[in-house]
Write a protein that binds this ligand. Sequence first.
Ligand SMILES: Cc1ncc(COP(=O)(O)O)c(C=O)c1O
Length: 367
Amino acid sequence: MGLHGGDIWNLEESHGLTPEEVLDFSSNINPLGVPQTVKRLLAEQPQLALRYPDPEYGELRQGLADWLGLSPGQVAVGNGASELIRELLLVLKPKRVMVPVPGFAEYARAAANLNIEVVGHRLNAEKDYQLQAEALQSDLELHRPDLVFLCNPNNPTGAQTGLRTMLAAQQLCLRAGAWLVVDETFLELSRLGTKASLVPFFNQGQLIVLRAFTKLFALPGLRLGYLASSEDLALRIRNSLVPWSVNGFAAKLGNLHRDEAEYLAQTARWIAQEPDWLYQQLEALAQHPGSPFDRFWRPDVNFLLGRLKTPQTAAWLRQTLLGKGILIRDCGNFAGLGPEYFRVAVKNRQANQRLVAELALHSASGG
Ligand SMILES: Cc1ncc(COP(=O)(O)O)c(C=O)c1O
């Protein structure tokens, strides 16, 4: 099983599905698709492929800094958030990092590849996978990490942490002498939105916030991530990155939030409605006597986690849905989750209805 969702490239031989034929619920990107500004840029400025991008990414960082209310010196850009996860570890050289369990696999993978010890901070199903300040404190005392990853909202659980608890987590990490890295890749696709962001709180130190264009602007293939921190650390990270790791097209997108205000407003309207609609539909299926679904977790973001009743497995469900051209994320390989867990993206109403209809067939037949 792959480490990530979104692998639509290798289903032709096994399932006779070309990438165009797959209805992909396994990767969690904005269903509004590629914004017009980006389409125009790709179509109208081919000369950007002919030139090296600005090695300083001055224009890109200025645009992002304006959006975030920071100085361009506090920003570093990378080839997706994933590159920056590895880079910040290379620069900070922690001996031990703590990662959320369950959580995005790249934190632990990047650390392990750099021979950094990884310990887990367990989030519990019974508490709806919500971050608890007391539990974080006891794990900080127990494991004494030099760096802590948190993800808000968390992938794959879909649980969002409010600002008050995030600020408490920041204080706890500061007191424990640990860097806090908050992955806000999904924040702009969440119920609370940027109200839950730690971006305004860099003055306390030892904080890095990670974001990306990947999910919000549906650009996983373009590769653009960014981080914000102190000027000193952001500079060290920029100096460490491979030169020109962000391509010339992505380098022109610093003002995309401003230029795509209507796209963002439409996104906000969809987020206010659609995750809850899909959750209600799926939870209704789980109530069906004989349904293979145990439960779903109410999402704060554009994806949701579900659990099957044993002995049904997510591998079975994935396989069955692939027969109908639908790809979901089997979460069996997430640390802290078992073979009965799966994740689905929230897409547009039409696609969501198709998913619900397919799943309803199995609920009625008892799997
Ligand atoms: C929580 C989280 N952070 C970061 C990333 C990586 O994003 P990118 O494609 O920008 O490297 C992902 C991708 O799935 C993710 O789920």
